[in-house]
Design a protein around this ligand. Structure first.
Ligand code: AMP
Length: 397
């Protein structure tokens, strides 16, 4: 089957056309600046990237541009739209309602809309993408795959905040967790590569990208994860603070005369390693700056590494042990130094990284030494493939 995978943001739309037989992307691309001016970047597998400046006044125009690119005689990959047998949509928040992927119908759309409050920046954009695809591809089955769903197996003690209980009752204020598609895909792949029985294993997944989260996957189920009600909690990220003392919000607001909105913007967009270093949110820039003697860039990386290592320790406690630790996403897949630095805190677990095996970028690899008591792996994530697999499974049912 040929599956179109759509990840729709407020002004962007990422897509991949995946052949479910080969599990390879036939074309990948991105519509940017939707509603502003518009640009389409399209790559046919094995060919050069093409950029088209194209007016994209709304998401429907963006989806139309994608469909036109996919069927183009030159850079297209299919001869007719009818070859697209299903569409898989990434949806950020499924609340407590969605514990897995679902075929989209009017009732599902209404239920996703009910979760808008929980992800006001993301869910409305995801719905606009779904709506545009339904208009332009009537009759084609569509599936919603939620970032939160994999973590719905967390026990209550893991997802409950110690706030007055009425806020859970009234507004469902609790930990949801994100990057679920990635944690699910990577934990399963790590078990396969490490030769573990997934249903009988203890795996920690470190998804370290611009957004970063970590999960404890016990016997194939997420039992805890670092992101919370929103993707702000947990690890230090590119521009997000992760965990802080909540009283800091009032303290800075009073000292600087800032509004709640301004403080939230500061925590989401101006903090993390960017805020700490004053250099960049990108670890490649931080490393370059640190090499040139920039102390704050070095410290920012140390804070990031230390926080991640502390969470690994917490999740080992949550599972009473660990069989494998998997690194994924931009940094986890590519940055051997960060992986080695995090693992340098884990000697007490018997973790031993092999420097030669760890010298790997963007490839699946066991990076621990044979003598290591815990298998450590680099596993490139593939959320689009995971979405395509769920879509095929549900559509064929
Ligand atoms: P992501 O959000 O998963 O795309 O990850 C983005 C982050 O991954 C960037 O901030 C970089 O710091 C890091 N990253 C991406 N590629 C590389 C690379 N080749 N080497 C080191 N770090 C990388």
């Amino acid at each position: 089957m040929k599956i179109l995978v759509i990840n729709c943001g407020s002004s962007s739309l990422k897509y991949q056309l995946i052949d479910s037989t080969t599990e390879k992307a036939m074309a990948v691309g991105l519509c940017e600046r939707i509603g502003i001016d518009g640009r389409l970047v399209h790559t046919k597998a094995g060919e050069e990237k093409l950029t088209f400046e194209k007016p994209l006044p709304n998401h429907e125009a963006a989806v139309q541009a994608v469909l036109t690119a996919l069927t183009d005689q030159g850079h297209g990959v299919i001869s007719a739209l009818s070859e697209i047998e299903a569409v898989g949509h990434r949806v950020v928040h499924g609340g407590e309602r969605f514990v897995g992927s679902v075929v989209i119908d009017d009732e599902v759309i209404a239920a996703i809309r009910e979760c808008n409050d929980l992800a006001p920046l993301h869910n409305p954009a995801n719905l606009i993408g779904i709506d545009a695809c339904r208009k332009l591809m009537p009759g084609v089955p569509m599936v919603a795959v939620f970032d939160t769903a994999f973590h719905q197996t967390m026990p209550k003690k893991a997802y409950t905040y110690a706030l007055p209980y009425e806020y859970y009752d009234k507004y469902k204020v609790r930990r949801y967790g994100f990057h679920g598609t990635s944690h699910s895909y990577v934990s399963r792949r790590a078990a396969e590569i490490a030769g573990l029985d997934y249903e009988n294993s203890k795996i920690i997944v470190c998804h370290l990208g611009n957004g970063a989260s970590i999960s404890a996957v016990l016997n194939g189920k997420s039992i805890d994860t670092s992101m919370g009600l929103t993707p702000l909690e947990g690890l230090v990220m590119g521009t997000r603070s992760g965990d802080i003392d909540p009283a800091i919000i009032e303290f800075i607001a009073k000292k600087e005369g800032k509004s709640l909105d301004e403080i939230m913007n500061l925590l989401n967009k101006k903090s993390g390693v960017y805020g700490l270093s004053g250099v960049s949110s990108d670890f490649r820039d931080l490393e370059a700056a640190a090499m040139q003697g920039n102390e704050r860039a070095k410290e920012a990386t140390e804070v990031f590494v230390y926080r991640t290592a502390k969470y690994v320790g917490a999740y080992v406690a949550a599972m009473n042990g660990v069989d494998a630790i998997a690194f994924t996403a931009g940094l986890g897949e590519n940055d051997r130094k960060i992986r080695a630095q995090i693992c340098s805190y884990l000697g007490y677990l018997g973790v031993e990284v092999d420097a030669v095996r760890n010298d790997v970028r963007g490839k699946e690899a066991v990076i621990s030494a044979d003598a290591s008591k815990v298998k450590v792996l680099a596993v490139p994530t593939n959320e689009e493939l995971a979405i395509a697999r769920d879509t095929v499974a549900l559509v064929q049912k």
